[in-house]
Design a protein around this ligand. Sequence first.
Ligand SMILES: Cc1cc2nc3c(=O)[nH]c(=O)nc-3n(C[C@H](O)[C@H](O)[C@H](O)COP(=O)(O)O)c2cc1C
Length: 316
Amino acid sequence: MLSLPCKVGLAPLAGYTNSPFREVSYEHGACFAYSEMISAESVLFTFRSVAKMLPSLDEPFTGIQIYGSDEKQVLKASMKLQGYGKFLDINAGCPVKKVVRKGAGGALLKDILKLERVVRALKKNLGIPITVKTRLGWDKDESKTIYYRLVNAGVDMVAIHARTVKQAFKGKADWKALSRIGEKPVPLFLSGDIFSPKDAIRALEMSGASGILVARGAIGNPWIFHQIRALIDGNVYSKPSLEERMKVMMSHLGKNVEFLGEKRGVVEFRKIVPGYTKSLPNAREFRAAFMKIDDYESAIKLILNFFGHFQRSDSF
Ligand SMILES: Cc1cc2nc3c(=O)[nH]c(=O)nc-3n(C[C@H](O)[C@H](O)[C@H](O)COP(=O)(O)O)c2cc1C
């Protein structure tokens, strides 16, 4: 069984949750995280392409998420990666066509026997906890069966995005579905539609889950982790001041530039900008301006100018 440090983790988000994103999330209360999903095939054949995705050894509690359809490849790749993560997670939920078509990700839910075999093989051959992140089912809710079959295969923790694979991101996450699972011999984490601390509390109450994962709700909003933990502990939480928003945004950008290099670090930060500037006046113009630049100095100037405007109008 995987013993997690708290009830609130950062979900894997391909294209987002790189090392800087995880670092900022840890600084603000996430107590575990996943790498972005890593293809077993690329681990074996083009290792250089995945090296940047691996957690560094000093990350507090980051697991590596792997996806693939060939059982032997997944095992071999996982063995190669195990030294880099605190746990090894199998992606059994990704609905993306090019992943599912190959029999990986969410397609594993059409062949649960295979998923069980993968878990057993990893349990037998790896020395770190094995977890699975999955969905309610392929096209209907089979979460109870899936959970217990994974438990019997020896899994150490399960996280369920409370939609089916077929649903992808349509409709609302069905938090209540997890409450029908009943006894939980290993931790069961819930993912799906956690955008505020209140969502998290309601989701925990409705699902009876052991904890929750925050995904899209953490983009440009790392404060959500401490806020959720405060509410869970029965405390009040505060919202970040504008100054705090600006500082954390600049710090996240700086880490991104250090990690990816100047141009890529700034360009890839564009998709995080809406989160940090959500519901602020003139955010749309600011985002449009940010889309046009790709150097660090201009990015910092823009941010200082944008938030400085509020400072001048005394709302800091
Ligand atoms: C852009 C994007 C990338 C994602 N990448 C992954 C991934 O690599 N592995 C995974 O298991 N889930 C992935 N997910 C699913 C999320 O981890 C999460 O389960 C889902 O977004 C539902 O949570 P939310 O409604 O709180 O965002 C991704 C979701 C999004 C939107």
